[in-house]
Design a protein around this ligand. Structure first.
Ligand code: ATP
Ligand code: MG
Length: 232
């Protein structure tokens, strides 16, 4: 397994938010995690990436226990994260945003930048623009490009379609499909846009307050049923 999460418990102060989460993603696999607002999806991703520490349980990446590894060490090991809200460095240009990551990364180099620009050609004419002056859709593409410059084995995405117009969502979907076809990258995708998630994923998991309540092959879940499951 490229990612195994076992018995993960996480709390904010005394308020428990995750109550024993188990998840597994094989190398090259694609898991989408669905769930209503506030059930703990972002908390789970932050814990997988080392931004939050669990009170119990473990996170293993490619067989190694990374439960107490710092976020940068996880990135260096091959985990990449596109957080919800996608900020990046607003005062740096698009080119500088990508260059900083390439220089800091053990696996990234200038050729990694050319590869991600092939995947997100819309960024090419924007290379001199500051990150903070991009549209929401452009910021999302830059955030994904930054994550991919590290040549990860696992890409963790938190609601990449949130607040983005349909034509850009289609571009993001094409880019993810292109990455999938390479076969060497695994995905952990949190999404509220169920059709998008189920088109891309091979397995799904549904989260309700702090627990995984359902999992299965993505092809077995109809978007209508999923939307009903997620309705408040
Ligand atoms: N820093 C924090 N301190 C205290 N409580 C928090 C903190 N961040 C999140 N929470 C609470 O933890 C719970 C889970 O939040 P989380 O952001 O993980 O949910 P989510 O499933 O990602 O929601 P959404 O779909 O709205 O992004 C919520 O009740 C939230 O209010
Ligand atoms: Mg969230």
């Amino acid at each position: 397994m490229i990612l195994s999460v076992r018995g993960l418990h996480v709390a904010y102060g005394r308020a428990p938010v995750l109550h024993g989460i188990d998840l597994e993603i094989p190398a090259g696999g694609f898991l989408c995690l669905l769930g209503r607002n506030g059930v703990g999806k972002t908390t789970l991703l932050n814990t997988v990436m080392g931004v939050l520490a669990p009170s119990r349980g473990e996170v293993r990446f490619d067989g190694r226990d990374v439960t107490s590894a710092a976020p940068y060490a996880r990135v260096r090991a091959g985990m990449a994260y596109v957080p919800q809200g996608r900020d990046g460095f607003p005062h740096l240009t698009v080119a500088e945003n990508l260059g900083v990551v390439a220089e800091a990364s053990a696996r990234g180099d200038r050729s990694a930048i050319d590869e991600v620009l092939d995947l997100f050609p819309r960024l090419v004419p924007l290379l001199g623009r500051r990150g903070g002056n991009l549209s929401g859709g452009q910021k999302q593409q830059l955030a994904m490009a930054r994550a991919l410059v590290t040549r990860p084995q696992l890409l963790v995405l938190d609601e990449p379609t949130e607040g983005i117009q349909p034509s850009i969502i289609a571009e993001v979907e094409d880019a993810v499909l292109g990455l999938r076809q390479r076969g060497d990258l695994a995905f952990l995708l949190v999404e509220q846009y169920v059709e998008f998630a189920l088109r891309l994923a091979d397995t799904y998991a549904v989260m309700d307050v702090g627990r995984i309540v359902d999992t299965g092959p993505a092809a077995s879940l109809h978007a209508d049923d999923a939307s009903r499951l997620l309705a408040v």
